[in-house]
Write a protein that binds this ligand. Structure first.
Ligand SMILES: [Zn+2]
Ligand SMILES: [Zn+2]
Length: 373
């Protein structure tokens, strides 16, 4: 960093000294200029340096929204048709009107039922999906929305890099083959890396695909395959991934019996903490490139349980309020936006509301800090 600042200073000096004398245009050709300016932007906006992965509770289905540290965002699946407004509201609440990358893992409606609606409601940078079609109404609607918006579908397959930057990558590990009997196996498995943290999202890929995937797939967090069905999460795969957290996106009391005891036990056997959307609601993982923490409402999970200073067990959080010390908002612990507060800005408080308001806080517009409106 120091050498960078020195370089910037020198470049500025050179510019100031010679800038006026050079013929027009020449002064902007300093080779370091673009790099130093982007560096300056990212340090100004501290909050953009975190990667946040939101597993949105869409009942029996999948939807993950990813806030990238460079300010862009990504949506992986969106759930059944009736969750369109839930997903739209969740993303817009976070301040995004454009989805830079929309990955549809495979054409089952619990993953893309509301895709047409999402495409209509947002500006879409790029849409990516595997070459696997469906005759469902929702699939037809999605293709219609894609063509109405003039979007071109990028084909998802092993080796495709959706993001390839220094310290930030998103690579598709599947589909490996062009034809599968089970539509779930077309699921595009994605490996996302930010600094030292690694994440794997598997769609509904079964163990057939898990065994086809090559390379290093160790990860800190995995969204496990097919809602915890026993046909996914084979022992070999769970051992290779060996994550701290295994997320299961699943609906309460679903008719498929998801998640299965077998899948859960295989992830627990490799030391993973199981976190389920049917039990926790929306789950948010936050990474600064080194450390990973996961929150769900007022529950808080740290990746390294050996460090007591960084771990706050949920039993320590009693009644009271959750504060965002940056936006100066008071939330009730049940407020859905609590899970989206950056960890360094989150504070649990047992102060009275009157005291907090006197301290300059205002109540959240969504939960009204739990008070009657
Ligand atoms: Zn499926
Ligand atoms: Zn599914």
């Amino acid at each position: 960093m120091k050498t960078r600042i020195t370089a910037l200073f020198l470049a500025l000096m050179l510019l100031l000294t010679f800038g006026g004398c050079l013929p027009g245009g020449e002064s902007s050709s300093a080779p370091d200029a673009p790099e130093t300016s982007s560096e300056a932007v990212s340090t100004e906006e501290e909050t953009k340096e975190e990667l946040k992965l939101h597993f949105i509770d869409v009942g029996q289905g999948d939807s993950a929204f990813i806030e990238l540290p460079d300010g862009r965002c990504m949506l992986v699946d969106c759930g059944e048709t009736e969750y369109g407004e839930t997903v739209e509201g969740y993303i817009k609440n976070l301040g995004y009107t454009k989805i830079d990358i929309f990955l549809v893992t495979h054409p089952h409606t619990d993953h893309m039922g509301c895709a047409a609606y999402i495409i209509e409601q947002f500006e879409i940078g790029q849409i990516c999906m595997p070459k696997a079609d469906s005759t469902s109404y929702q699939y037809e609607k999605m293709l219609e929305a894609v063509s109405d918006k003039g979007l071109k579908i990028k084909r998802a397959k092993a080796g495709v890099k959706l993001i390839d930057r220094q310290g930030l990558t998103a690579e598709l590990l599947s589909p490996v083959d062009e034809t599968y009997k089970d539509k779930n196996d077309y699921s595009s498995v994605m490996l996302l890396t930010y600094g030292e943290n690694r994440f794997i999202l598997t769609g509904d890929a079964t163990s057939k695909v898990e065994k086809q995937i090559e390379g290093d797939i160790s990860a800190d967090l995995v969204k496990i395959g097919h809602h915890g069905s026993k046909g996914s999460s084979c022992e070999e795969f769970t051992k290779r991934v060996s994550p701290d957290f295994a997320i299961i996106s699943v609906g309460k009391g679903n008719k498929y019996g998801h998640p299965t005891k077998e899948a859960i036990e295989r992830w627990e056997a490799v030391g993973a903490k199981i976190l389920r959307t049917d039990e926790l609601g929306d789950i948010v993982a936050v990474s600064d490139g080194k450390q990973l923490t996961v929150t769900a409402g007022k529950e808080y999970f740290a990746a390294d349980p050996k460090d007591p200073s960084s771990s706050l067990s949920s039993s320590e959080v009693t009644t009271g309020y959750v504060l965002n010390t940056s936006s100066k908002k008071v939330h009730s612990p049940e407020c859905p936006s609590v899970g989206t507060i950056a960890l360094q800005n989150r504070k649990d408080s047992t102060e009275t509301l009157a005291k907090l308001l006197a301290d300059g806080y205002t109540v959240c517009g969504t939960c009204n800090a739990g008070e009657e409106k």
